[in-house]
Design a protein around this ligand. Structure first.
Ligand SMILES: O=C(O)C(=O)C[C@]1(C(=O)O)C=C[C@@H](O)C=C1
Length: 289
C-alpha cells in the first residue's frame, strides 16, 4: 500500500493521539504470561488462565468504545483527504510505528496490523523467551481481525451518530483491535504447548496437511462453552449501570448494559474462538517445517 507519512499533518494526529490512548493501552502489558516466565512454566492451564484474564480487558475495551457513537467520518477515507486512508487507519499506523520504537513488538505476543512501519528503535533489545517454533511463529490473521472488527463488530457495539470525537473513537478501536489480536494470536502458544505435550497425536495429520483432523484435535467443546458463557457473564457484570437507588419492587425495571452481553458471547463463539483455532491449526501445519 502506498502510504506516505508526509501526506497529512501527522504531528496533529500524534499530539492528540497519545494522551488518553497510552494510559489505557499500557494496561495491555499487565496480562502477559510468556514475557515474565521461562517456557517450562507455560502449561495449557497457565495459557487458559491468561486467555481468561484477557477477557476482562477485551470486555472493558468494548465497553469503552461503546461510550462513543459510530462516528462515521473516522472511517471515511475522504475525511482527511488522504487517498485510501481513513483517520482510524492513519492513527493505527502512526501509533504502531511509535509503539514499535518503544519496543512493543519485541514481545512475540504482540503483532502489528501494519508491519511496514519504518523502525527507529529507541529501546535496547530485551531477551524474551522464545517459546514459538520459528517457522510457524509468523502465522497471522490480522487482516481478518481488522475486517471482522470494522465490518461486523463495531456496528453492533457503537450506536449510530456523530459526536465529533473521532480520535477518541479511533484510539478505543485500536485498543479493542490489539486486545483481540493478542488473544487470537495466543493460539500460537496454545498450539505449541499442545504439540509439546503429545507430539505423537499431531504428527500424521501435520505430515498429511490435514487441517480437518488438526481442527478436531485442538477443539474442546466444553472449554468453548465455558468461555462463551463466562464472557457473557462478564459483559453483564462489568457493563451494568451501578446506582445507589434500590431496584424497583415490581421488577419492571430492565437492566441496561453498556454492551449487549449476547454480542460479546457471539463475538467469542463466532469469531474469537474460531480464529484462535485457525491460528492453532495453521501453526501446527508449519510445526515440522
Ligand atoms: O483452551 C484451549 O484448548 C484452546 O485451544 C483455546 C480455545 C479458545 O479459543 O478459547 C480454542 C479451541 C478450543 O476448542 C477451546 C478453547
Amino acid at each position: 500500500m502506498a502510504y506516505s507519512r508526509t501526506n497529512y499533518p501527522h504531528h496533529l494526529l500524534l499530539t492528540f493521539s497519545l494522551s488518553s490512548y497510552l494510559i489505557f493501552s499500557s494496561l495491555c502489558y499487565c496480562i502477559s504470561v510468556s514475557d515474565s516466565k521461562s517456557d517450562s512454566f507455560i502449561t495449557i492451564d497457565s495459557l487458559r488462565g491468561s486467555l481468561e484474564d484477557q477477557e476482562n480487558f477485551i470486555v472493558f475495551s468494548l465497553i469503552e468504545r461503546a461510550r462513543y457513537p459510530y462516528n462515521y467520518p473516522a472511517y471515511d477515507p475522504s475525511y482527511l483527504g488522504l487517498k485510501n486512508y481513513s483517520l482510524v487507519e492513519a492513527f493505527v499506523r502512526d501509533t504502531e510505528a511509535i509503539e514499535a520504537n518503544f519496543g512493543r513488538y519485541q514481545n512475540p505476543e504482540e503483532l502489528p496490523f501494519f508491519p511496514d512501519y519504518k523502525a527507529f528503535p529507541l529501546v535496547p533489545p530485551f531477551k524474551f523467551s522464545q517459546i514459538l517454533y520459528p517457522p510457524a511463529s509468523s502465522i497471522n490473521v490480522s487482516r481478518t481481525i481488522w475486517d471482522m472488527y470494522f465490518n461486523k463488530l463495531l456496528p453492533l457495539i457503537a450506536i449510530e451518530g456523530d459526536d465529533g470525537n473521532y480520535q477518541q473513537a479511533a484510539a478505543s478501536d485500536l485498543i479493542c483491535l490489539q486486545a483481540l489480536s493478542k488473544r487470537i494470536h495466543y493460539g500460537r502458544f496454545v498450539a505449541e504447548v499442545k504439540f509439546r505435550n503429545t507430539p505423537s497425536d499431531y504428527l500424521s495429520a501435520i505430515h498429511a496437511k490435514d487441517s480437518e483432523t488438526l481442527t478436531r484435535l485442538v477443539t474442546s467443546k466444553t472449554v468453548e462453552e465455558t468461555v462463551t458463557e463466562r464472557v457473557k457473564k462478564k459483559a453483564e457484570v462489568f457493563g451494568q449501570n451501578v446506582t445507589l437507588r434500590e431496584a424497583s419492587k415490581d421488577g419492571n425495571e430492565t437492566t441496561k448494559y453498556k454492551v449487549d452481553p449476547s454480542v460479546v458471547s457471539n463475538l467469542y463463539g463466532e469469531w474469537v474462538i474460531p480464529l484462535t483455532k485457525q491460528v492453532e491449526v495453521n501453526y501446527l501445519l508449519h510445526r515440522l517445517d
